[in-house]
Design a protein around this ligand. Structure first.
Ligand SMILES: *Cc1c(COP(=O)(O)O)cnc(C)c1O
Length: 232
């Protein structure tokens, strides 16, 4: 068995164990394999082992990789910072975008999404770490942003995403994840949308995110190994 296949089994076992420990229904936590900086061959290896959803952070790198892997029925998720001059590529190469924190970006994605494609599924990235983080909409500004994004025609507002500040403090990380879940619960009521996606948890903290209701953990290092280079 390949290293990637073995790692996928280990990560799946971690997800299943955390799900049992924290009383999550079976199958309620998905796995997004974060393939940024890794070549198409690594994605093929994970695909051969059964993985279908992959996450990418860098627009040009991901568009090249998606073209190389066009023969595989992969569900691509964009999870990186997004500049407005790059939205067209993302709007038309991905099924999901997790990292939207401004109305302008969401509007452009909606305008640029090909009408022949299904609506682009979108998470709003929330800053749950206050001044310790630069990206994400503030919890205070989230309701107004969500209301506007929910009305865009080529977008399906599907949930929320967060990246807490790195910390060894498990209680603090759980509190960050819990806050995202509470924000989602409140929005569900005010918007009347399911907002089923809670995109939270990475290689080091996925158990804590699952404890607080994560429906998709985004895992890179624990599947592909330590990244050698920051991608372009
Ligand atoms: C890189 C990245 C991940 C994966 O992080 P690992 O620690 O390698 O699992 C998850 N989410 C986002 C937004 C990332 O940029």
């Amino acid at each position: 068995m390949s290293g990637v296949a073995e790692n996928l089994m280990t990560v799946s076992a971690r997800i299943a164990a955390a799900g049992r420990k924290y009383g999550r229904p079976e199958g309620s936590v998905g796995l997004l394999a974060v393939s940024k900086t890794w070549p198409a061959a690594s994605v093929r290896e994970a695909f051969a082992a059964g993985q279908r959803a992959f996450g990418e952070n860098y627009v040009q790198e991901s568009v090249d990789k998606i073209a190389e892997l066009a023969d595989l029925p992969i569900e691509w998720h964009f999870i990186g910072p997004l500049q407005s001059n790059k939205t067209r590529l993302v709007a038309n190469h991905f099924a999901w975008v997790h990292s939207v924190d401004r109305l302008k970006i969401a509007q452009r994605l909606s305008e640029q999404r090909d009408v022949h494609l299904p609506p682009l599924k979108l998470c709003l990235q929330v800053n749950v770490s206050g001044e310790l983080s630069k990206s994400g909409v503030t919890p205070e500004a989230l309701p107004a942003l969500a209301r506007e994004v929910a009305q865009l025609p080529r977008i399906e507002l599907a949930g929320l995403m967060c990246i807490p500040e790195p910390s060894p403090d498990e209680a603090l990380l759980r509190a960050r994840f819990r806050q995202l879940a509470h924000l989602r619960d409140a929005l569900r009521v005010t918007l009347g949308l399911p907002l089923d996606m809670l995109s939270m948890g990475m290689s080091d903290d996925l158990e804590l995110a699952i404890a607080e209701g994560s429906t998709l953990v985004r895992v890179g290092t624990a599947i592909f190994g330590a990244r050698q280079r920051p991608a372009a």
